[in-house]
Design a protein around this ligand. Sequence first.
Ligand SMILES: Cc1ncc(COP(=O)(O)O)c(C=O)c1O
Length: 303
Amino acid sequence: MARMVYISGRMLLEPDARISIFDSAVMLADTVTESTRTFRHKPFKLEAHIERLYQSLKLVRIDPGMSADKMLRTTLDVFEANLDNYGPGDDCWIVHNISRGLSIAGADPTVQVGAATVMIFTQFMDLKPWARFYTEGCHGVTPVSRAVPSQSLDPRIKNRSRLAYTLAEMEAKQVDPLAQSVILDIDGHVSENKGGNIFCVTKGVLRTPSTVNCLAGISRATALELAKKLGIPTEETVLQPYDLATADEMFFTSTPYCIMPSTRFNNHPVGDGTVGPITKRLLDAWSDLVGLDIAAQAKAQIN
Ligand SMILES: Cc1ncc(COP(=O)(O)O)c(C=O)c1O
């Protein structure tokens, strides 16, 4: 079945959905975004994603032209219109991109001159890139480029201006093609990955940077909630590369993979160099929460 996408008030077949080359998404990357995933064809924490979307919109002063409730209902309509595209073992992304709409050259770019461009689509959840890391763990590498300082752009605004993240990830991958970036802020503190948050476990305490220098990830919140349920102490704090290098365990969190264990940091083993017990407990608890073996689903895609 052809994919149906939503664009500014209309549900269209994907090839018929077009935006102007003068859209502020193209001209300025002036776009906020959300990415939700499904588990067993059920959207996970969609309300929390819509809430974060509206916080981002408010901060960048884009009026999407519809209430959060309407956005939620429209999103579910897009998802349901595409359900037949996903097999029983598959899941999908549900993505929102909302730009300020047409950008008139020479005019004040801060002014929204017309309707926002609201784009919603679903996409097959391709888990192949992460599948092997559930067992072997990934390699976290600190790139040379630092995070955009929160004094310049608050990292809690989830936006599509991705050049800084892309370059940082590229630098990490020049060290090791399978590396995942551990981006530091300008003070040298651990901030986040280009698309995920960073955790470590030290002497039984689960630690992660506070949202002063990273996105308030919904997976990050889920990991902290699960830790609380399991009685694992947590700490939102300042982390230095030293803390990751000396940690017993390390992992990343993000919507597609949930928890991605990391067993090497800047080419040193993390702990004993294997996926740690707290990481495993959290991943199991997450699988229980969503009624699906998260690692098995990813591994099934590479077999
Ligand atoms: C920069 C950045 N940090 C963290 C995350 C993780 O956020 P979430 O858990 O809500 O997917 C993302 C997700 O895309 C991101 O882009």
